[in-house]
Design a protein around this ligand. Structure first.
Ligand SMILES: [Zn+2]
Length: 352
């Protein structure tokens, strides 16, 4: 108990870290001291479970229980209704360690469970609408739950060092996400819907299985940092892969659109009008054509900072429609549409 008294440093901070404790009951603390404590540090001890008496710290806003051997986060934590930061790094926690209901912790803004044994992000956490920062680095996650888009306040999501192989499109719905770390996983592709992540500043993708990036990544105007080293990114032009010839409907539709033929509901059945409205413009600036369902996957290299060439995926209207870049892979990617990419867009592209 001397250790506990000696640890009473700051007025509202109680630091009981690095004390080799395997249990703690807080009995020597006055009621006043307990209720005034807003920060409690219990890291680097040997606690197997979160002490039940913790529920008596009614004003607690910050709790760090990292580096214990915690396999249980007892229900007592749900009494800490003022808690804003919960850090429990490097323990032995998994899905079964968690209280079933965390709704009383609705003020939580920062949760860090990195270095544990989670195979899924617990569903209870996905109800915390004020959560701004969520870290599950170095766990055993295989998926990102579709419900991730419940976390509408999320600004930082750290999921590096897991076993994630695919990314749900719902991730692109997070309106204020600015820092996303997906490094050291098994990700093979990035959904083009990422273009909706308008606040994204840093995207960490190193050490995955990416061979290309969606062309849409160019529209992330806030992106300042992109790490890509340790991916099998294609480095040379790749011959077009698959192409199903267009149907007669598509050929007719292409003609109507490229020749600017006028049509209206009076001339055509409604479903044809709808179909015609679905035309996508061919991204080759020298083409000017359109396509509907039939297109060619194409990797195009775009220069960033005059130094790095990023392989970006886009679609062309036909195999004959070759962009300047693909017809001569040695020429630098300086085709017309690259003017839309300011050289200073990406301040740091880390290819290693
Ligand atoms: Zn084309």
């Amino acid at each position: 108990m001397n250790a506990m008294e000696g640890a009473e440093g700051g007025e509202h901070v109680l630091d009981l870290s690095h004390l080799n404790l395997n249990s703690v009951n807080f009995e020597s603390l006055s009621e006043k001291r307990r209720t005034e404590t807003t920060q409690l540090h219990l890291c680097y001890n040997r606690l197997p479970a979160l002490p039940v008496a913790i529920s008596r710290f009614s004003s607690l806003e910050f709790l760090d229980v990292s580096n214990n051997g915690l396999s249980v986060l007892s229900d007592a934590v749900t009494a800490l209704t003022r808690l804003r930061t919960l850090v429990a790094k490097n323990n032995r926690l998994d899905e079964s360690s968690m209280p079933k209901d965390l709704s009383s912790l609705h003020r939580l803004e920062v949760v860090n469970f990195s270095g544990n044994r989670f195979e899924e992000i617990p569903k209870q956490l996905l109800q915390l609408q004020r959560l701004q920062s969520l870290s599950f680095g170095g766990n055993r996650l295989r998926h990102i739950p579709h419900e991730i888009d419940n976390l509408t306040s999320l600004e930082l999501l750290y999921l590096g060092g897991n076993m994630i192989s695919s990314i749900p499109v719902e991730l692109a719905n997070l309106p204020v996400l600015s820092y996303l770390a997906l490094c050291d996983n098994r990700i093979q592709s990035i959904p083009p819907q990422f273009t909706r992540l308008h606040s994204l500043r840093s995207l960490s993708l190193h050490n995955n299985l990416l061979t290309y990036l969606p062309r849409e990544i160019l529209s992330l105007v806030q992106l300042q940092e992109l790490s890509l080293r340790g991916n099998p990114l294609v480095v040379r032009f790749i011959k077009d892969m698959t192409y199903d010839p267009p149907s007669l409907l598509e050929l007719a539709g292409r003609t109507v659109k490229t020749r600017n033929l006028r049509y209206s509901e009076k001339d055509l059945p409604g479903d044809l009008v709808k179909y015609l409205d679905l035309a996508s413009k061919c991204p080759n600036p020298k083409c000017g054509g359109v396509y509907f369902d039939s297109c060619v996957r194409h990797i195009k290299f775009v220069d960033f900072c005059g130094k790095y060439r990023l392989p970006l995926m886009h679609y062309l209207c036909s195999p004959e429609c070759t962009s300047p870049c693909s017809s001569n892979p040695q020429s630098d990617a300086d085709s017309d549409d690259d003017q839309t990419v300011p050289a200073d867009r990406l301040q740091r592209v880390l290819l290693g």
